[in-house]
Ligand binder design. Structure first.
Ligand code: FIX
Ligand code: ZN
Length: 419
């Protein structure tokens, strides 16, 4: 059916974006078979590292040690009192908790943490997972899978039946960023490697990757890279990329996902909340993608200052797909600015957002909040077309939205989208 007015257009776009099933291409969520790695519930939501960082800002007297020695419940109590009772929770991460409680139908008027706890205690994991997927209209999430994590590795070795909603991504940070401490872990898994990158070590690392690709069936290989990431360079990382990662991803047809611009542990006292951001050299991205045209790259950058040049680089290299507003960019004002710019430069050949959820329930807020902005930006783009005389069919809009919320990703990786 043809859209006849701007009002019709707005209503249809909002409805379509709000109800379209999403493929969430980067999260830290896990299926139930991964046991304690799957996090959900109010105490997990409150102790999200984004909120830990915010809490310390309001409590200058609180010692880091005192906080880290508290139980999770005590930490959650302190965070709730500080950020939600003594202050107004309008930061994006705080607002997220409010959205989650609201979407679960909990009573926000009482601000009663014990009542929320009682609700979560009454849920069983299996049904709760189903409930969150249904409520958030997320179809599938891509996990972050580390074969060098002992607990996670044991889960994979059990070969439990897979939950098709939880897809794998082979994460290789320890390999590329901490080879000096990771090589012995490969050795422990039975690969005869040494710290020096001899030809045997290179071929064993490739074997390790092939074996884990077979075991996990990942959709891509992924790494986070520091703000000073350089390519090419005289370094262990560059050698590992050139001699192991690029050949293996080329042979298997899997994309190499690079998440660039993180300054790890600028404040180690904050532990998992202690990472920061730095502007990176887009030249490194240009070189790696253009010198390897037979490889596919998924790229996101953490710094706002890198966003425009990243989109321009994608225009020049069709083997690269830009994805998501990562971490400190996952805020309404920045998502809007970045999404608008990307759609103007790249049309629908982009993945506007991923959630980066660490806690299952966060799917509710991260996607609710992002959908609102994607719908707003799309409405503006369609309105511009409408005013220029272009008439759109509902079906065309539906297709655009499906592509932005998953289809473009599946086409890029060359797999049929699971139905
Ligand atoms: O490296 C990553 O995948 C980051 O997204 C995380 O490590 C980070 O801690 C995070 O949760 C960001 O949202
Ligand atoms: Zn992440």
């Amino acid at each position: 059916m043809t859209i006849r007015s701007q009002q019709e257009l707005e209503a249809f776009v909002k409805e379509t974006v709000n109800t379209c099933p999403v493929t969430d291409i980067h999260t830290h969520l896990f299926a139930e078979s991964f046991g304690e790695l799957l996090l959900w519930g109010i105490d997990e939501l409150l102790t999200y590292h984004y909120l830990i960082a915010e809490t310390f800002r309001f409590l200058p007297e609180l010692s880091y040690d005192k906080f880290w020695n508290m139980s999770k419940k005590e930490q959650a109590d302190l965070i709730w009192n500080t950020l939600f009772i003594e202050n107004t929770p309008y930061s994006e991460a705080c607002r997220g908790v409010v959205t989650v409680l609201n979407r679960l139908g909990l009573d926000l008027s009482q601000r009663d943490l014990e009542q929320y706890r009682a609700y979560f205690r009454s849920q069983n994991t299996k049904d709760y997972i189903d409930h969150i997927f249904e409520l958030s209209k997320v179809k599938s999430v891509v996990m972050t899978n580390d074969p060098l994590d002992d607990y996670e590795r044991a889960c994979w070795m059990e070969e439990a039946p897979r939950d098709p909603r939880f897809l794998a991504a082979l994460r290789i940070d320890p390999l590329l960023n901490q080879w000096s401490s990771s090589w012995s872990k490969l050795k422990d898994q039975g690969y005869p490697v040494e710290e020096e990158l001899t030809s045997q070590t290179i071929s064993e690392i490739k074997q390790f990757l092939h074996d884990w690709i077979k075991r996990m069936d990942p959709l891509y290989l992924a790494v986070s890279l520091p703000d000073d990431f350089a390519y090419p360079e005289e370094s262990v990382r560059s050698r590992l990329i050139n001699e192991c990662i690029l050949p293996v991803t080329r042979e298997t047809g899997l994309p190499f996902a690079m998440m660039i611009g993180v300054k790890r542990q600028v404040n180690p006292s904050l532990k998992s909340a202690g990472d920061s951001v730095g502007k990176s050299d887009i030249g490194a991205v240009e070189r790696i993608v253009s010198q390897n045209p037979d490889n596919k790259f998924l790229v996101t950058m953490l710094s706002r200052e890198n966003q425009h040049e990243l989109a321009v680089t994608a225009r020049k290299n069709r083997n690269m797909l830009v994805f998501g507003c990562w971490w400190f960019l996952n805020n309404p004002s920045l998502i809007e600015e970045i999404t608008r710019m990307r759609l103007e430069l790249l049309g629908g050949s982009v993945i506007p957002q991923h959630s980066d959820c660490r806690i299952l329930d966060q799917l509710l807020y991260k996607w609710d909040h992002s959908r609102q902005i994607i719908a707003k930006v799309l409405c503006d783009k369609y309105t511009d077309l409408f005013q220029a005389g272009w008439r759109l069919e509902e079906e065309e809009i539906r297709q655009d939205v499906e592509d932005l919320l998953g289809g473009t990703f599946w086409k890029f990786i060359g797999r049929p989208e699971p139905q």
